[in-house]
Ligand binder design. Structure first.
Ligand code: ADX
Length: 237
């Protein structure tokens, strides 16, 4: 019979341990004899040329919460004022870069790790990166936050309860998840860990889209990220 610690069986604990070891192994470099090559054009050079600083605006929330809608609306506004931007979107990225991943906890962790690395590269290239991923696990989001400097990872929680997302059911996925046709569906049969201290909480359940866009833009402006703010200090909240 399995030992029980805080309600978890020995078998359960071993599984957790194994998952953690797998995750740790994944984050270790497999290649040896590699040396970092410093670019001759620096991020600072790129930011000067672009006329604004770069950052990662990490939008998280349930499926149907309005993450992509917010990201694309924001991108339009930023593009219109001359910012270099790019939206990394869950559904799109899963057609290519993350096409080999499903929705198990381990696959979601790997999904977010890859997106984090891509977002960081794009930020180094001077782009304001807007990501729209459920990114349900706090530890995965925090790992990306830890990859960049303070103030460069701006976490935006699209706050919209599962009841509202389910009533929208834009893609018909909630209905299929309830019917048991989709397993590990976030909010139904897989957890969503809301951020504890995000930079911003946008009410995407009842607030008009424009208000959410203005809210994020105001934050970016306050951080000195928009073109008119070149040279302003960074936002350390
Ligand atoms: S994440 O959890 O790894 O961050 P991601 O944002 O890439 O997820 O993809 C979520 C999108 O995949 C959803 O908007 C939905 O359209 C689709 N999807 C398909 N199966 C699932 C599932 N089991 N759970 C959540 N979303 C799913």
């Amino acid at each position: 019979m399995g030992l029980s610690v805080h309600g978890a069986s020995q078998v359960g604990l071993l599984a957790i341990l194994r998952n953690n070891i797998n995750a740790i192994e994944k984050f270790h470099l497999k290649a040896s004899n590699i040396v970092w090559h410093t670019a001759s054009v620096s991020r600072e050079n790129r930011q000067q040329q672009n006329g604004h600083r770069s950052a990662i605006v990490w939008i998280t929330g349930l499926s149907g919460a309005g993450k992509s809608t917010l990201a694309h609306a924001l991108e339009s506004r930023l593009h219109a004022i001359g910012c270099r931007t790019y939206v990394l979107d869950g559904d799109n990225v899963r057609h290519g870069l993350c096409g080999d991943l499903g929705f198990s906890a381990a696959d979601r962790t790997e999904n977010i790790r890859r997106i984090g690395e891509v977002a960081k590269l794009m930020m180094e290239a001077g782009v304001i990166v807007l990501t729209a991923f459920i990114s349900p696990f706090r530890a995965d989001r925090d790992r990306v936050r830890a990859m960049v400097a303070e103030g460069e990872f701006i976490e935006v929680h699209c706050q919209c309860g599962v009841d509202v997302c389910e009533s929208r059911d834009v893609k018909g996925l909630y209905q299929r998840a309830r019917a048991g046709e989709i397993k590990d569906f976030t909010g139904i049969s897989s957890p969503y860990e809301a951020p504890l201290t995000p930079e911003l909480v946008v009410d995407t359940a009842s607030q008009p889209l424009d208000d959410g866009v203005e809210q994020v833009l105001a934050y970016l402006r306050a951080c000195g990220l928009l073109p008119t703010d070149v040279g302003a200090g960074s936002c350390h909240t």
